[in-house]
Design a binder for this molecule. Structure first.
Ligand SMILES: Cc1cc2nc3c(=O)[nH]c(=O)nc-3n(C[C@H](O)[C@H](O)[C@H](O)COP(=O)(O)O)c2cc1C
Length: 196
């Protein structure tokens, strides 16, 4: 329970590689999450060392294409600088876990409302799993970062993975080399309305 309040997004990591047993424990925590219809719509691909470097080479190709070539997300081009920064963090983090939904397709494909509702439920389930993973990482003394900036390199990353599954997000892991203060939060009163 303390991890709920003590966890921070960690963007600086020590080079030391966490033991595989810790990564396995973090994934077990993810799998313990609730999921819509118990579909457990998550797959995890763990990248370290050379495999991570190769993956990030593909991410860089995608970010450069968005910046200099055919942008698939032109409305959010302003977010590209942040995405390049996130990629540098991913280079320094010893472990990178890509999180996939095997039951959903590319977000660039058209979708009917039934499929969209199913995808929303699956994405919520995946969010619960990822939060469990971040909390378990914090409890084990590891730092983590939840990453959605993979979206800018969506075609490059999924082609590299050779998957039709939906790439939902990534999580970087490693021993923290910073201890950031809590970022501001809205108060319960700002975001809650009681009706009776
Ligand atoms: C779905 C999701 C995607 C995120 N994507 C990124 C990202 O790509 N790069 C990054 O630096 N931080 C990313 N973050 C981290 C947020 O910036 C961070 O959670 C927020 O600023 C609150 O800070 P805290 O996690 O330390 O409490 C993401 C967080 C979430 C939940």
């Amino acid at each position: 329970m303390d991890s709920i309040y003590d966890r921070r997004s960690i963007r600086k990591y020590l080079p030391q590689m966490p033991e595989k047993a810790l990564i396995d424990e973090i994934i077990r925590a993810g799998i313990a999450a609730p999921s819509a219809k118990n579909r457990q719509p998550w797959r995890f691909v763990v990248f370290t060392e050379q495999a991570k470097t190769e993956l990030l080479r593909e991410m860089e190709k995608g970010l450069r294409r968005e910046l200099e070539g055919e942008a698939l997300l032109p409305e959010v081009r302003g977010g590209l600088a942040d995405a390049f920064h996130t990629m540098q963090i991913m280079h320094k983090a010893p472990v990178l876990i890509l999180v996939l939904n095997p039951d959903a397709g590319s977000p660039f494909d058209a979708q009917n409302p039934t499929a969209r509702f199913a995808e929303i439920a699956d994405t919520l389930s995946i969010g619960a799993a990822v939060e469990n993973m971040l909390l378990k990482a914090a409890a084990l003394g590891l730092g983590s970062l939840w990453i959605a900036n993979t979206c800018f390199a969506y075609p490059e990353l999924t082609a590299y993975l050779r998957t039709d599954a939906q790439l939902v997000c990534a999580v970087s892991l490693g021993y923290p080399d910073e201890a950031p203060a809590a970022r501001p939060r809205k108060s319960p009163g700002d975001v809650t309305e009681y009706r009776s």
